[in-house]
Design a binder for this molecule. Structure first.
Ligand SMILES: *[C@@H]1O[C@H](CO)[C@@H](O)[C@H](O)[C@H]1NC(C)=O
Ligand SMILES: *[C@@H]1O[C@H](CO)[C@@H](O)[C@H](O)[C@H]1NC(C)=O
Ligand SMILES: *[C@@H]1O[C@H](CO)[C@@H](O)[C@H](O)[C@H]1NC(C)=O
Ligand SMILES: *[C@@H]1O[C@H](CO)[C@@H](O)[C@H](O)[C@H]1NC(C)=O
Ligand SMILES: *[C@@H]1O[C@H](CO)[C@@H](O)[C@H](O)[C@H]1NC(C)=O
Ligand SMILES: *[C@@H]1O[C@H](CO)[C@@H](O)[C@H](O)[C@H]1NC(C)=O
Ligand SMILES: *[C@@H]1O[C@H](CO)[C@@H](O)[C@H](O)[C@H]1NC(C)=O
Ligand SMILES: *[C@@H]1O[C@H](CO)[C@@H](O)[C@H](O)[C@H]1NC(C)=O
Length: 477
């Protein structure tokens, strides 16, 4: 019985001892610490340690490995060192980038299973250098509507991040690492683009390199238009002064003038317009003019325009409307002048043979190329016989149009002053070749020289009218 008990005790003691021993032999996993980034050609330290009980005094053996690399990057034995923590200095090369782990084992006890740390990534930083922005397409000028692509290359550097700036402001859209793109560009995309490349080691050392490029987005000419005026030379020849213009377009622009789709002339200009002189004959169809504007991309065309200079001619009709107030009192007369032939005639109005300014206290001429005259009637004044006479001249002005007629409006006593009107007529020397027929309300013919005249009798005007018109100084010329 005693022996039996002894055997059991010994067995328990042994088994307990084995049990204790096997507990002690189970190593915990080591913890690897180290930098996440390291500068190339520098020395960084990795640290590895197994957490142990205070009374555990066995010597441990540590090794540092890179994943997929059989050769250890360092060894450390607590036997040779006082510190409990292993330290592995590593001289960093570009190939050192990758995952690391450390292995811990009990010194000279190969039967104890070694343990391993989790992986730790080390990025090897090569300071960025030599950033350079390139645009694609490579010319730094491109047309609106196209796509601008910029790429930033570097001569050196790893783990580089890129920031793009446009005219000093960070770009958010269309960036992907070292490239950026702007689709469907407009002229507002012209400016300076900067690529800012940077990398850093452990937030402490920051390396940067930047490069900028200036990009010009060229605008294509828009809304090309052709127009002409007629110029009379002293020798009696007529010229069409043809103006081609576009609304936008980055200069230089080449304007080409076509007659019936046959090129006549071409001009390269820094402006948005060009002027061509084309000899013409009056009253003849001289072809269809068309302008083309181009600054390198698709040429833009104007719509065709008939080149024809027609003299003033035919009848001139003057009409008027009464404008009444709420009490059906005529307060205003609105005269209209209409010539039968001629393109956009110029109208001038006269009162008692005195030219009217655009605006006066009692009248208002819309504009010279508008045939409307407004006359205010003063209800308090005496009712007077009123006669309205309109005269048309043809003349060429430096205006957008071929043909200019002049409508003279006068309120005066026609019978007393017919010569005065003729004198006005004669003063405008350029108008001599224009003829028109006069139509009065009574179909009164005013004669060829007087061109067109129209008179309105006092009885036609139901309002009352001030005979006293203001002095108008500006002479008709
Ligand atoms: C290690 O090698 C294996 C197989 O060769 C591969 O699948 C794995 O991606 C590699 N790991 C690293 C971190 O390179
Ligand atoms: C432990 O092993 C190392 C080699 O791993 C050897 O150099 C050393 O002599 C051994 N120490 C003892 C006490 O066995
Ligand atoms: C490009 O932009 C213009 C105006 O900015 C727009 O009219 C046009 O539809 C755009 N084209 C495309 C393909 O997005
Ligand atoms: C580096 O910066 C990041 C974010 O700014 C921060 O989370 C990290 O702790 C920093 N690392 C060091 C070593 O300072
Ligand atoms: C850009 O690079 C130039 C040298 O190339 C440097 O003088 C300038 O300071 C840099 N700009 C920034 C914002 O880092
Ligand atoms: C043409 O453009 C220039 C400059 O913009 C301007 O001075 C000139 O008046 C224009 N000519 C015509 C005929 O529009
Ligand atoms: C335009 O071409 C036609 C023939 O196609 C010609 O008769 C006419 O004189 C030309 N006009 C000018 C302004 O050159
Ligand atoms: C003259 O101008 C006025 C005001 O703009 C307009 O109502 C009228 O139709 C114009 N008349 C002509 C003949 O252009």
């Amino acid at each position: 019985m005693m022996a039996c008990l002894q055997v059991v005790t010994v067995f328990l003691a042994v088994s307990c001892c084995i049990c204790q021993d096997s507990n002690a032999f189970r190593l915990r996993n080591p913890i690897l610490r180290g930098p996440a980034t390291a500068l190339r050609k520098s020395i960084v330290d990795f640290h590895c340690m197994v957490e142990r009980d205070r009374d555990d005094d066995r010597n441990l053996f540590y090794e540092l490995y890179k994943v997929n690399d059989t050769q250890s990057k360092g060894m450390f034995s607590t036997l040779d060192n006082d510190q409990p923590e292993a330290k592995f200095p590593v001289w960093i090369k570009p190939t050192h980038e990758g995952y690391y782990y450390c292995k811990a084992s009990v010194q000279n006890r190969s039967e104890v299973m070694p343990t391993y740390s989790s992986h730790h990534y080390l990025a090897v930083i090569e300071p960025v250098e030599g950033a350079h922005v390139r645009s694609d397409p490579s010319p730094h000028e491109l047309f609106e509507g196209t796509t601008l692509r910029l790429s930033c290359s570097i001569t050196k550097g790893s783990h580089v991040s890129y920031t793009w700036f446009f005219n000093g402001r960070p770009v958010v859209d269309g960036i992907a690492q070292n490239t950026m793109s702007v689709h469907n560009t407009t002229i507002t995309d012209s400016g300076d683009y900067v690529c800012f490349a940077s990398n850093a080691v452990e937030n402490t050392s920051i390396y940067t390199s930047n490069s900028s490029t200036s990009i010009t987005i060229k605008e294509i000419p828009r809304e090309v238009k052709v127009s002409f005026t007629v110029v009379k030379e002293r020798d009696g020849h007529y010229w069409a002064q043809v103006v081609c213009r576009s609304v936008g377009g980055t200069p230089p622009i080449t304007f080409a003038l076509f007659n019936n789709s046959e090129g006549i002339d071409e001009q390269n200009t820094e402006h948005l317009n060009a002027t061509f002189l084309v000899p013409i004959d009056l009253d003849q169809h001289m072809g269809e003019l068309m302008c083309q504007a181009s600054n390198g991309k698709t040429p833009q065309h104007s719509s065709p325009m008939r080149l024809e200079a027609v003299r003033v001619g035919g009848a001139l009709v003057m009409t008027y409307e009464r404008i009444m107030d709420d009490n059906f009192q005529v307060i205003r007369l609105q005269f209209h002048c209409q010539v039968e032939r001629g393109t956009l005639p110029l109208y001038r109005w006269f009162l008692n043979n005195v030219p009217l300014t655009m605006r006066g206290p009692s009248h208002w001429v819309w504009s010279q190329d508008n045939s409307t005259l407004l006359v205010d009637l003063n209800p308090t004044s005496n009712r007077l016989p009123v006669m309205v006479v309109a005269v048309v001249f043809g003349c060429f002005f430096f205006l957008v149009t071929v043909l200019t007629g002049c409508c003279f409006y006068g309120i005066y006593k026609w019978k007393h002053n017919p010569d005065k009107l003729s004198r006005q007529n004669g003063r405008s020397t350029e108008m001599d070749d224009m003829k028109a027929t006069c139509i009065s309300e009574g179909n009164k013919d005013c004669g060829e020289n007087t061109s067109v005249a129209k008179e309105v009798g006092a009885d036609d005007l139901e309002g009352e009218y001030v005979d006293e018109w203001p002095e108008i100084e500006e002479p008709w010329n």
